[in-house]
Ligand binder design. Structure first.
Ligand SMILES: Cc1cc2nc3c(=O)[nH]c(=O)nc-3n(C[C@H](O)[C@H](O)[C@H](O)COP(=O)(O)OP(=O)(O)OC[C@H]3O[C@@H](n4cnc5c(N)ncnc54)[C@H](O)[C@@H]3O)c2cc1C
Length: 379
């Protein structure tokens, strides 16, 4: 592929850079894991959306700029380099929206996407259950047919941001008699404040509560909130998972910015020898990840669907994120634990990278079996 950007792409980059320079908050927003921080991040989504920077690759009618995937990558490079806030709308924008573009109806897109783009409706992902994480197909939460819709019951867990979010999307067993566990599942969107929903925050290591478990007791969901055909939930969910691990969850701009910040920190600390190789590795890996993503994006634009290479991508970015933060905290020493929230908060989040979006053990199995053609392991 040709990696030189066109003049128009560079103009787009300059426009984004100028906007970010004028708008990115001078002091970091409070953590989005708190009610106050969540509200501040929602307001930031609205500010981005007001000038159509919240979802640049979406069609204009839904609040985007029709900018395409490659320009989205360019925008992300500028966004993270500018030190802009983490995106509270990410579950919706990165996971549900691509699923709606592929499998939703016109009516669903017109209804769901614009308030998602402005942060007015923030989404949570309700997939995992106490006994269904890696083995997602063993989920037991039910969707039972009723007049004009479905009644949802069961328990979901580890739902990021659900403590403050508005709506959720998840998988439910609608045909308990189906011959295989991944058959008879239905993909539904529901309101986190609907009668029958109890949201119980899960305290994290740092005591912050945006994580939650969800208890559902005959929660009514109208037919219009079924995504795709009832019973086809697994196929639809796998397209969400490909997006999550592959392209849209962690753009390279994020790691490039962190790697450059790390190099800056290393210089500030007098270029200590013991960290030289780790800082260099972080820069090289962030650049490699950027090139790999541009290659995947151009294959995607040529009509290829993303396959098991998404799993390789996920292992790579999650390990890179951890290495970046560990190196920064080593350089900062005690100061990092006590005063520098950028790296220490980032470290707590990076620790979870090898777990969420499907654990790295599972991703390695997928790479071994589907990319390398190795024999199936014993389960
Ligand atoms: C920060 C964070 C955010 C999350 N956000 C969300 C969210 O928003 N929505 C949501 O639905 N879920 C979310 N999750 C849940 C996440 O997707 C699950 O934790 C993950 O899929 C693993 O499932 P589990 O916790 O049940 O672990 P288990 O499946 O019980 O796995 C335990 C361990 O055994 C290993 N293991 C299991 N099976 C195999 C196998 N066949 N081969 C090799 N090793 C295996 C796993 O890799 C893991 O190390 C989040 C998790 C975290 C940590």
């Amino acid at each position: 592929m040709d990696l030189t950007h066109s003049e128009a792409d560079e103009e787009f980059r300059a426009e984004a850079r100028a906007w970010l320079e004028a708008h990115v908050p001078r002091t970091p927003l409070p953590s989005l894991e708190t009610a106050e921080g969540f509200a501040a991040h929602r307001a930031w989504e609205a500010e981005l959306a007001a000038d159509r920077w919240s979802v640049v690759s979406w069609p204009q009618r839904y609040g985007g700029r029709d900018a395409g995937l490659l320009r989205w990558l360019v925008f992300e490079e500028e966004y993270w380099a500018a030190g802009a806030p983490g995106r509270v709308g990410q579950n919706g924008v990165s996971l549900l929206a691509p699923t709606l573009f592929d499998h939703g109806t016109q009516e669903q897109r017109a209804r769901v996407l614009p308030p998602m783009a402005t942060g007015e409706v923030v989404w949570a992902q309700a997939w995992s259950e106490p006994e269904a994480g890696s083995d997602l197909a063993s989920l037991t939460s039910r969707a039972v047919r009723t007049d004009g819709g479905w009644l949802l019951s069961g328990q979901k867990t580890w739902s990021s941001r659900a403590a403050f979010a508005d709506r959720a999307f998840g998988l439910f067993r609608s045909d308990p008699g189906a011959p295989k566990p991944h058959q008879g599942l239905t993909y539904l969107m529901f309101d986190l404040r609907a009668p029958g929903v109890t949201v119980r925050p899960i305290g994290r290591l740092d005591g912050r509560p945006a994580f939650a478990e969800l208890f559902l007791d005959d929660v009514f969901v109208p037919d219009e909130d079924v995504l795709g055909e009832p019973g086809q939930g697994w196929r639809i969910a796998m397209s969400t998972a490909g997006n999550e691990r592959g392209l849209t969850l962690r753009s390279p701009g994020r790691f490039l910015a962190s790697a450059h910040r790390l190099a800056g920190l290393w210089r500030e600390r007098g270029c200590p020898d013991h960290a030289r190789a780790r800082v260099a590795d972080a820069l090289i890996d962030a650049r490699a990840y950027q090139l790999f993503t541009y290659a995947a994006a151009s294959r995607f634009l040529e009509g290829e669907r993303l396959g098991p290479e998404s799993s390789m991508n996920k292992v790579f970015w999650s390990e890179l994120d951890l290495a970046l933060h560990e190196t920064a905290l080593d350089l900062l020493g005690e100061e990092g634990e006590l005063t520098d929230s950028l790296w220490s908060e980032g470290y707590v989040f990076a620790l979870a990278g090898p777990i969420y979006a499907g654990t790295n053990e599972i991703q390695r199995d997928i790479v071994a079996e589907r990319l390398l053609g190795l024999p199936k392991g014993r389960r």
